[in-house]
Design a protein. Structure first.
Lengths: 92, 303
């Protein structure tokens, strides 16, 4: 599902300035060009995660970047682990 | 279901100041937030519990109401939503994907590295996703079939052939019209769910099509041949002498195509309609028509 910037803002509850700041930090990476960004469900879920980190957990901006980096590495490993499971299963 | 006490869930006294409640919540959330524990379903369940407890007593107004017994512990349950982890591990291509955490494993020369590389190759040649669309079509097109052009959200178009007799909710699969795959993986499919717009005149029941059709008094009394619309074009139908409002005539084979071959029927229900303007000649005739005065169509209706 592809979402426009307006749809993304209303679904995520973010303000425009916050969105621009988060994109500059590379916390969010929308598709398309800067003039015509496109978003998907993973961006909404990620924005909600960032908001939870900042608001609910009291993580500061430096910490958010560190956590996102580590969480993304963890997901990369989890995905590879799942794919390895497939390879092991099919080559038996 | 008996709800647990939110203070107990957060591990604070009911008299604890707001700062202490927030502190307790943060401490638990740091440990249990589902996105910090992907793969740990138990943490997710516990997190839901503390989040709803904090939603209640972490909000000054709701806390007051809860303490006064105006709302119960279920009063702040959050609607379930999906977490980042639900997408980040399962989706293959997204801008946040990061394999640097184990890149060094890939470079070694042992069997495990070989496995990893094989898996990476399989991933490199994966088929694209299927894409789902909805296509509203006219009733007539659903019976007769049609060629439609679907405009996609990204501005592209897709030519869709609607087979005759398609029903509401049926899904058409266009092979290779989905998202691009990676490497030699090829394209996914486009899945198009058909939505049939209601028609002003025709309705469908199974393979039969129903139509209510106005006829004149003359056509009803004397019979005649009239033109009847069908979804596949107009046909001529004989109205028998002495037809009435409610008389149903069957046009064989003019319904929707059947699965097993052949067609259903079109059922035409007649409705006798008098001229819109009062007609002096008709009035004069009916005044002199003796049978019309004695016949009582309401005989069987209790009055």
């Amino acid at each position: 599902m592809k979402l426009s910037k307006q749809e993304f803002l209303s679904l995520s509850g973010l303000g425009h300035e916050t969105l621009v700041a988060w994109i500059e930090e590379e916390w969010l990476i929308p598709g398309g060009s800067f003039a015509e960004m496109s978003f998907s469900e993973i961006d909404i879920a990620r924005a909600r995660f960032i908001r939870d980190l900042k608001m609910d957990l009291g993580v500061n901006d430096e910490g958010v970047g560190v956590i996102l980096n580590l969480v993304d590495q963890l997901h990369g490993m989890r995905r590879t682990l799942m794919e390895l499971r497939e390879v092991v299963r099919t080559t038996k | 279901m008996q709800q647990r006490d939110p203070y107990e869930i957060l591990g604070v006294a009911p008299t604890a100041p707001a700062e202490e409640i927030q502190k307790a919540y943060r401490k638990l959330a740091k440990k249990l937030h589902p996105d910090l524990n992907p793969g740990n379903a138990e943490a997710e369940e516990k997190f839901k519990e503390i989040a709803s407890a904090y939603g209640l007593v972490g909000d000054a107004e709701k806390r007051k109401k809860f303490d006064n017994g105006e709302i119960d512990a279920g009063g702040a349950e959050r609607p379930p939503h999906s977490y980042y982890k639900d997408y980040a591990s399962s989706e293959r291509d997204h801008p946040y994907a990061d394999n640097s955490g184990f890149a060094d494993f890939m470079d070694s020369e042992d069997g495990f590295a070989e496995l990893l590389r094989r898996s990476a190759r399989a991933q490199a040649n994966r088929r694209g996703h299927d894409l789902e669309f909805r296509l509203p079509i006219e009733f007539i097109d659903s019976i007769a079939g049609a060629n439609k052009r679907l405009t996609l959200p990204d501005g592209g178009t897709l030519d869709v052939t609607i087979p005759p007799g398609i029903v509401e909710g049926q899904v058409l699969r266009l092979r290779g019209k989905g998202a691009p795959g990676s490497g030699k993986g090829g394209f996914g499919d486009a899945l198009i769910e058909v939505e049939i717009k209601p028609d002003r005149f025709f309705t469908r029941e199974g393979d039969d099509i129903h139509l209510e059709l106005p006829v004149t008094l003359t056509e009803a009394v004397l019979g005649g041949r009239i033109k009847v619309p069908t979804p596949t074009g107009a046909v001529t139908m004989a109205v028998p002498k002495g037809s009435n409002t409610g008389t149903v005539l069957r046009l064989r084979g003019k319904g929707a195509p059947r699965h097993a071959g052949g067609h259903g029927d079109q059922l035409v229900k007649l409705k006798v309609i008098l001229p819109k303007e009062p007609d002096p000649e008709l009035e004069a005739f009916v005044s002199g028509w003796e049978n019309g005065k004695t016949y009582n169509p309401r005989e069987e209706v209790a009055t």
